[in-house]
Each structure stands twice: as structure tokens, then as C-alpha cells.
Design a protein. Structure first.
Ligand code: DX5
Ligand code: ZN
Length: 219
């Protein structure tokens, strides 16, 4: 196993939206590396999360990179808006893009790092040709749309295959896993080749979220 600590990205979707400042202060002062921001449109996924009025405000308060996970159709329409609020890493879904190569190029031209995400039913092999153009692949370990769902164990094998694909092309790409991650399943994900762990409920429902983040960092 890689001995480098994983990048930990707590998902704000599980935060207390009436006390966002408090939860952001906690994250700012914690060992979290990134803050994971889930954007849902009610079309690509059967849920709506937060819009720009909220995201603009919280982007001003966070001191960690915003790892932004777009679960929206036509993500190309919003690329510069995310850049303008300070997002450094923008991830779009493979299944949501009509012109994935063009969307990836636009994100890069806007000056951000690029991620591409796949839902649990999408074979990792569909990404073979786009890998050289991205910085990160986000492998969903639940069907996107809601926090607090049960981890799908097939994600382990999917990550393993993806890591082989990346290595065989000699690329340097981060693999992120998102959905139902806890301290029990995270070690398997890391062994399979994951670099970035997203966790929502496991962190925010803990008695001491900052301490939980620290436990993830020591895996
Ligand atoms: C699900 C989101 C996830 C979710 C993770 O569609 O993309 O980021 O908030 O939350 P947990 O860790 O609770 O599954
Ligand atoms: Zn997410």
C-alpha cells in the first residue's frame, strides 16, 4: 500500500445547513485537505442540493480547496461561474456530458483542475481515451443523489481496474471515491488505488467530526 496519507474531503452535503459557518470553521481548523461540494440539479439526479447564492457565500469562508462534484446536466454552462467563486477542481459526470472532451478542455481553459466521475453502472473502461486529459477520476460507490447511503463493495474492483488503466498509460491521476465511505471500508479502497476519500455522514454524524477526520488521516 502507498504510505502517503489519503486526501480527505468531507462532504458538506451532510453538514448542518442552519449552522454552516460553524461547520466550515470546524473544517477550516481540521486536518481535512479539501472540502467536497455536491451540486445537484434535480435532473441528472433525483435531488437538489444548493445553488450559487449559498455556494458563493461558503466559498468565501472556506480556506481549503473546494472539490466540486457536479451532478448536473449540461455542466459546460456553469464552468466560469464556478471558477469565479474560487473553485480549483471541477468534476463533471461522464454520463452528463454530450461533449466530454470539449467540456474538459473548457474547464482547463478556465484555469481549473479537471475531474471526471462515473456512476456505479458505468464501466471504468469508458474513460480509457479521456484519462490523459484529466487530473482526477471520481468513482461513485453509491448512486449519486443523496448522502448517507450504503457503500457498494463492487467499487473496490472498479478502482483496481481503473488504477491499472492509469498505470498502464503511465499517467499521474488521482482516484477519488465517494459514497458510504467509513473507517472500515476506506482501507480496502486505499489498497485498491484510491488517493482521495470523500465522507459525509461518517464525519458529520460523528460526536467529534474533527477527530473523525483525524482518524481518516491516520489510515
Ligand atoms: C452523493 C454525493 C456524496 C455524498 C457522500 O451523491 O456525491 O458526496 O454526499 O455522503 P456519504 O459519505 O454520507 O455517503
Ligand atoms: Zn459527491
Amino acid at each position: 500500500m502507498d504510505n502517503m496519507a489519503a486526501i480527505i474531503a468531507p462532504s458538506l452535503l451532510s453538514a448542518d445547513f442552519l449552522h454552516l459557518q460553524r461547520d466550515i470553521d470546524m473544517l477550516n481548523g481540521s486536518l481535512a485537505d479539501w472540502i467536497h461540494l455536491d451540486v445537484m440539479d434535480g435532473v441528472f439526479v433525483p435531488n437538489i442540493s444548493m445553488g450559487f447564492p449559498v455556494m458563493e457565500q461558503l466559498a468565501r469562508q472556506t480556506v481549503k480547496p473546494l472539490d466540486t462534484h457536479l451532478m448536473i446536466v449540461e455542466p459546460h454552462k456553469f464552468i466560469t461561474r464556478f471558477r469565479d467563486i474560487g473553485v480549483q477542481l471541477l468534476t463533471v459526470h461522464y454520463e452528463a456530458c454530450t461533449d466530454l472532451t470539449g467540456t474538459i478542455a473548457q474547464i482547463r481553459e478556465a484555469g481549473m483542475k479537471v475531474g471526471v466521475s462515473i456512476k456505479p453502472d458505468t464501466p471504468v473502461e469508458v474513460l480509457t481515451d479521456v484519462l490523459p486529459a484529466v487530473d482526477l477520476v471520481l468513482v461513485m460507490s453509491v448512486n449519486p443523489g443523496f448522502g448517507g447511503q450504503k457503500f457498494m463493495p463492487e467499487a473496490v474492483e472498479r478502482v483496481r481496474r481503473l488504477r491499472q488503466m492509469i498505470d498502464s498509460q503511465g499517467l499521474n491521476i488521482l482516484i477519488e471515491v465517494d459514497g458510504g465511505i467509513n473507517l472500515k471500508n476506506a482501507p480496502d479502497m486505499l489498497r485498491a488505488g484510491v488517493n482521495v476519500l470523500v465522507a459525509g455522514d461518517t464525519i458529520f454524524k460523528a460526536d467529534n467530526p474533527a477527530e473523525k477526520i483525524k482518524e481518516f488521516k491516520t489510515l
